[in-house]
Ligand binder design. Structure first.
Ligand code: FAD
Length: 295
């Protein structure tokens, strides 16, 4: 099913994200974790794309497997900046052949090599070029794109960032998913600015459950996202007790999701990070309040 059709139903949706193995040797354990998450019955699932390297085909393998075994709608991520046109076109053809109907069109992060080796020579510079490529293919993909409530780190200011975002939507992105947020107010004010700028498509807040103290630094470094004091206090207090920190992280993320639903947001995406127990904990908490009102 196309994700835009799920998002436009007048019901709540909760989706889970997983990532492919970084090494061929961990394929079976990742496959098993993603299957346990799919068995929970999320509204849809997404699989990230490890830019470059020889293991990027696992995105499609994981997506295909979950779609076939669990009949769950799948969103396959694809990045472009470190790939040639030929590779990207091949990946698009492979997705079409595998029956994948939803693609998250991303630029990918700039590695030091890409920055050094004169990016002008790259086949792709921004996600919008991948959106054009997907639109030009003969597959009728539903297209997602990334957005940043605290602006993309490379953007000079939020106004410019939102302008480029609008260009992605005008080029054919059907929906947007945000970078992880730990403070819902940032999402609400971002959404207001998007609507003001004429971006009218569904926007999914991305919620990252932080369930161990080591994750905190990595998450901030990767995303640059603001950590509210309320969350920092949880980590200070429970960070050295793994079981307590895990429960605190699940409860914090569940609380964010319930607050989003309570304030009229109907679609929420969870960075569930191949952790079935975390996904299950969140789903239990949210369902206890909202019942089975999910798509
Ligand atoms: P773009 O939309 O190209 O934006 C990047 C920067 O360029 C922004 O500052 C933007 O304002 C600016 N810009 C955009 N268009 C133009 C233009 N035409 N002219 C000038 N400037 C422009 N990375 C992975 O490797 N694999 C994944 O699976 C993955 N999944 C992600 C999922 C989500 C929801 C998010 C939020 C991020 C994800 N990322 C992933 C990370 C992403 O690749 C990086 O954040 C990357 O740095 C930017 O990607 P983008 O698609 O937002 O790029």
């Amino acid at each position: 099913m196309k994700i835009i059709d799920i998002l436009k139903k007048n019901k709540m949706s909760l989706s889970f994200e997983v990532f492919p193995p970084k090494k061929a040797t961990s394929f079976e354990s990742v496959k098993s974790a993603t299957e346990s998450i799919a068995a929970l019955g999320p509204s849809f699932m997404s699989v990230t794309y490890g830019a470059g390297g020889g293991v990027s085909q696992y995105t499609l393998e994981i997506a295909k497997n979950l779609k076939t075994k669990f009949n769950v709608s799948m969103l396959a991520h694809l990045t472009c900046v470190s790939s040639s046109k030929e590779t990207v076109k091949q990946r698009i053809a492979d997705m079409k052949a595998a029956g994948i109907k939803n693609v998250m069109a991303l630029r990918g992060d700039l590695t030091p090599e890409l920055i050094e080796n004169n990016r002008e020579k790259c086949d792709y510079h921004h996600a919008i070029e991948l959106i054009h490529e997907l639109k030009a293919s003969d597959a009728d993909f539903c297209i997602g794109a990334a957005c940043y409530p605290e602006k993309h780190p490379e953007s000079a200011n939020q106004r410019e960032d939102i302008q480029h975002l609008k260009e992605k939507v005008d080029a054919g992105a059907d929906f947007l998913t945000t970078q992880m947020i730990f403070d819902n107010n940032l999402f609400f004010s971002f959404l207001y600015k998007l609507r003001e700028a004429g971006v009218t498509c569904p926007v999914l807040p991305g919620i990252m459950p932080i369930t161990n103290a080591n994750q905190v630094e990595r998450a901030i470094k990767l995303s640059g996202s603001f950590m509210p004091q309320r969350f920092k206090s949880l980590v200070d207090k429970f960070g050295s007790d793994p079981d307590a920190m895990k429960q605190a992280g699940i409860i914090y993320a569940s609380d964010q999701i319930i607050d989003l639903y309570a304030n009229g947001i109907t679609n929420v995406h969870v960075y569930s990070m191949n952790k079935p127990d975390v996904a299950e904990g969140i789903l239990k908490n949210v369902s206890a309040i909202l019942g089975k009102n999910f798509v």
